[in-house]
Structures are given as C-alpha cells and as structure tokens.
Design a protein around this ligand. Structure first.
Ligand code: NAD
Ligand code: 2HG
Length: 462
C-alpha cells in the first residue's frame, strides 16, 4: 500500500501546522467557486506524513511550482531534462506525484510500474504525452494548465508572421556572416493580408484579436462552431481556409484527427507564396511535404516550433538521427526553426508553476478533482477546524451498476455530512465527509471499501 493511500492514524498534530494553502489562484472558471467556499479556518486534511510524499519534477518545472510543493514538506526531486521510458520506469516506482512538461511520455508501460502514483501534473497545456485513459483506469488524476501560456504562443506567431513576410531570419543570418543584402523583392507588410487560423481555441482566439489589431483579415477553421471575435469569420472547411489565407497557422491538439492534417494535398490547395506556421504539435504537419512545398515555391516561408521527435533536454541533439529529414529542413531559406518555446516566457512559466502545483497539492491533500482532464470533476467544500473528528472518504471506482448501494452500506452506519459523486466514462469518483469518526473507524472504512470489487483506489483524508 502506498504512503499516500495509507490511512494510518496521526502520530501527533504536528502536520496541522503545515496547512496546505487553501486559496486557489487559477484563473479558471472554477476559481470563484473555490474561493467562495473555502472558509478561513479550513481544516488541513492529510492522510499521511507529508514529508513521506515523494514528488518527481522533470523538464525544468518553474521555481514557483517547486516552492509550492516544497513548502508542503513533500520530498521534491527536481531534474532539468526529461527521462527515457526505461529511466522513468526505474524512477517512478516510489513516486506519489509527478510533474512533467511536453517531452516526458507517461505511457501505459511506465504508468503500470507507478504503483504509488496518485496524481500527474502537466506543467503545460498539452496532455497528449500522457496515456490519459490508462491513468484514469488506475485512479491517477491528471492536471494541466489550460491557458497560462496561450498569450505567449499568440505573440510568438504575430512576431513570426512579420519575420517571414520580411525574410528577417535570412537577412539576420546573412549579416551574421558579414553579407549586406538589401532587398525588397518578396517582402511584404502583414497589414491587409489574411491569416487562416486552424483551431480557434484559447491560442487561436487570442491570436485572432492580435492579428486583427495588426490590420489583418482573420478567418478560422474549427471542428466546433465557435463565436467569432471582432470581425473574424469562421469558414466551413479546411480547404476553404487553405484557398483563402496568406498566413496559415495551426493551433489544434495532437489527436488522431490532427495527425498529418497539413500534408501534400493541403499544400496543393494553398495559395502560391503563402506562409505556414506550426506551434501546436510536431505531428500535425507532414515535414517532408513542407520541404517539397518550400522547394517548389508554393510556400514562401515557414516557422516551426514543434517536431515529431524532440530531444529530452538542451544540447546539440537536433540532428538527422532524431528526424531523418533534419538536414533537408535546415537547408531551406526563410524558415524559422525554434526549439518548442511557444510557451516559454517568464510570465507563462511562473503562472503555470503556481497553477499546476496548487492543483497537485489540492488533490493530494483534499481530494478535489476540479480541473482534472481525465477524471470527473468533484469538489466538496473544505472541512473546518470546527469539525475535528471528520474524515473525508475518497473512493475511485469502476462505473458499474450497484456500487453506490455497496458503498453506502459501508459509510451509511455513520453520519455522512455531505457526499458527491460523478462519473466520466468507465471511472467514477466519490467523496464523502463523515463526522464523529475515530482512528479505528477510519481504518475499518478504508479496509471495507478496499475490499469491494469495484475499487480502483481508496483514500481517507482526516
Ligand atoms: N508551442 C508551444 O509551446 C505550445 C504552447 C501551448 C500549446 N501548444 C499546443 O497548442 C495546442 C492548442 O492549444 P489551445 O490552448 O489553443 O487548445 P484549445 O483546446 O483551447 O483549442 C484547440 C482548438 O482546436 C480545435 N480542434 C480540435 N480538433 C480539430 C480539428 N481536427 N480541426 C480543427 N480544429 C480542431 C478545438 O475544437 C479547439 O477549439 C495545444 O493542444 C498544444 O498542443 C503548443
Ligand atoms: O513547456 C512545454 O514543454 C510545452 C509547451 C506547450 O507545448 C504546451 O503544451 O503547453
């Protein structure tokens, strides 16, 4: 049994002094709910000695996040880069909380070994690097930061459009090599041009507003019907967008439908001399097809921030071993290559560090799944110091008929102050606050819930 799932009684009251911060600063729609319902005298709930909680943070997670987790008394191990699958399997075995960014692949093979893991924090927007369903089936919650770096990506794209339209990358490279090459041929203003945004979500919509302010016409394609901002216009098909846009920019998640979404047939449908930007995920654009389209002059310039294979850490790793077309790509003119830095600003990384670390603490200490991307969102107001003998039961279980009857047979002998349950697909999440319980009762509740066949994970916080 893992420490985090341990229900052993408190040795003393010392961990009451290390209260988790009860406030939640996420700008998400849930924040007002949380802020409203957390009383000043919230009772810290901890089922464990916090110093036993092991946290592994990879990929240079921001100091803000590291501080929040360390202040809880958790044991925090921090690495600057990612780990390979085999290295992760070794490391993850005794970890209760893991924090990653976009490079660390938490596959089913890795998660299978993570016997103590209760929660994953993706300190970024994308969650495609985690096997979300497998995690849910094991009762492991996954949190991310849905929009703390959206503005940073949108600003990068605006800058890149100007750079591509003016061939700034090439001019700068030439000057670095001592060459003065003053040209205007093929150089344009972006004012009056049309930007075609593929994926009008957080980033796409933010970009729409900025591009319009630069004097551009904005069209977008999205699988959802989304309200246009300003004078932007939604087009019906991707082909409509490709035929009309001067600058095409991708802001879709990596899912089966978006893999290879921009390939040779799509390049054929673009206007001659158009520009392509991809700061979403590397698999969205077929890079050999882009190389052909740039060599033929169909595409006048491109900016890539993401690649099908990216190195685990910084260094001279962006070579043909990593991606076979590397040398061909690097030989192209008017091509901006950046190392997945769309969201890499001080503002974004600090905000993400706070948001995700707070979600991890809230989940570990209080069981709230608000904002989880793979479990139903369940929240109960914090217990207060006026409720010293209350315990919070969390029962993550298979979503099959008859479970609640069995659970209520177990907790129904006690005074259930409040209870909430919800399901998402095959997994359901139940939280119940029970009053007037002693250590023996807590142990009994835990053991009986654990013995139910529907059990995925039981936690009792008190
Ligand atoms: N380069 C970076 O550093 C960086 C930073 C942040 C995010 N990202 C990537 O950008 C992606 C988009 O971010 P976001 O915050 O705007 O996401 P979002 O979820 O807010 O928006 C994505 C939009 O794409 C749409 N979409 C999904 N499938 C589509 C399809 N097949 N065709 C057209 N539209 C489709 C969705 O309906 C949604 O409106 C993220 O998933 C992430 O992978 C990259
Ligand atoms: O910081 C990262 O590694 C990922 C940034 C971005 O791709 C995201 O998904 O938020």
């Amino acid at each position: 049994m893992s420490i985090a799932r341990d229900i052993r009684p408190r040795q003393d009251d010392s961990f009451l002094a290390t209260s988790p911060n009860a406030s939640f600063h996420s700008p998400s729609s849930h924040s007002s709910v949380l802020n409203r319902t957390i009383p000043v005298n919230a009772k810290p709930l901890k089922p464990f000695a916090t110093e036993d909680i092991k946290v592994l943070l990879l990929e240079n997670v921001n100091q803000t996040g590291r501080d929040i987790l360390s202040q809880q008394g958790y044991q925090v191990e921090f690495l600057k880069s990612s780990l390979s699958e085999d290295q992760l399997i070794e490391k993850i075995r005794d970890v209760h909380v893991i924090g990653i960014r976009s490079k660390t692949k938490l596959t089913a093979r890795v998660l299978k070994e993570a016997k103590n893991l209760i929660v994953i924090g993706c300190f970024c927007i994308g969650t495609n690097q985690v096997d979300l369903q497998y995690a849910a089936d094991q009762g492991i919650a996954v949190f991310n930061s849905p929009f703390s770096n959206s503005r940073s990506v949108a600003e990068l794209v605006i800058g890149e459009m100007v750079m591509l339209a003016r061939q700034l990358g090439d001019r700068s490279n030439e000057m670095h090599a001592g060459t003065w090459n003053k040209v205007s041929n093929g150089c344009w203003e972006i004012r009056g041009k049309t930007i075609g945004i593929i994926g009008y979500g957080h980033i796409g919509a933010q970009l729409s507003v900025l591009a319009e302010a630069m004097g551009m016409s904005v069209i977008y394609y999205d699988v959802l019907n989304i309200m246009s901002l300003g004078t932007a216009r939604q087009v019906k098909t991707l082909d409509d967008l490709l035929a009309e846009a001067d600058f095409i920019t991708c802001h879709v998640p990596e899912i089966a439908e978006t893999k290879g979404m921009i390939g040779q047939p799509q390049f054929e449908k673009m206007k001659k001399g158009s520009y392509l930007i991809n700061a979403s995920r590397g698999t969205v654009v077929d890079i050999p097809a882009l190389i052909d389209a740039m060599r033929s002059g169909k595409v006048a310039g491109a900016a890539l921030d993401v690649y099908p294979n990216e190195p685990a850490g910084n260094g001279d790793y962006f070579n043909s071993e990593l991606n076979p077309w590397g040398a061909d790509l690097r030989s192209l003119k008017n091509l901006i290559l950046t190392p997945h830095i769309g969201g890499s600003t001080e503002e974004a990384q600090k905000a993400i560090g706070v948001e995700v670390a707070q979600a991890l603490v809230r989940y570990a200490n209080e069981g709230s799944t608000l904002g989880a991307v793979n479990l139903p969102e369940v929240f109960l107001r914090s217990l207060t110091m006026d409720e010293p003998d209350h315990a919070r039961v969390i029962y993550i279980h298979k979503n099959i008929p008859g479970v609640l009857r069995k659970v209520n047979e177990i907790i129904g002998d006690h005074n259930v102050d409040k209870q909430m349950t919800d399901s998402r697909g095959d997994v359901a999440y139940l939280m119940a606050d029970i009053s007037n319980v002693d250590a023996a009762t807590i142990k009994d509740l835990y053991t009986r819930l654990e013995s139910l066949p529907s059990r995925i994970m039981t936690r009792v916080l008190y």
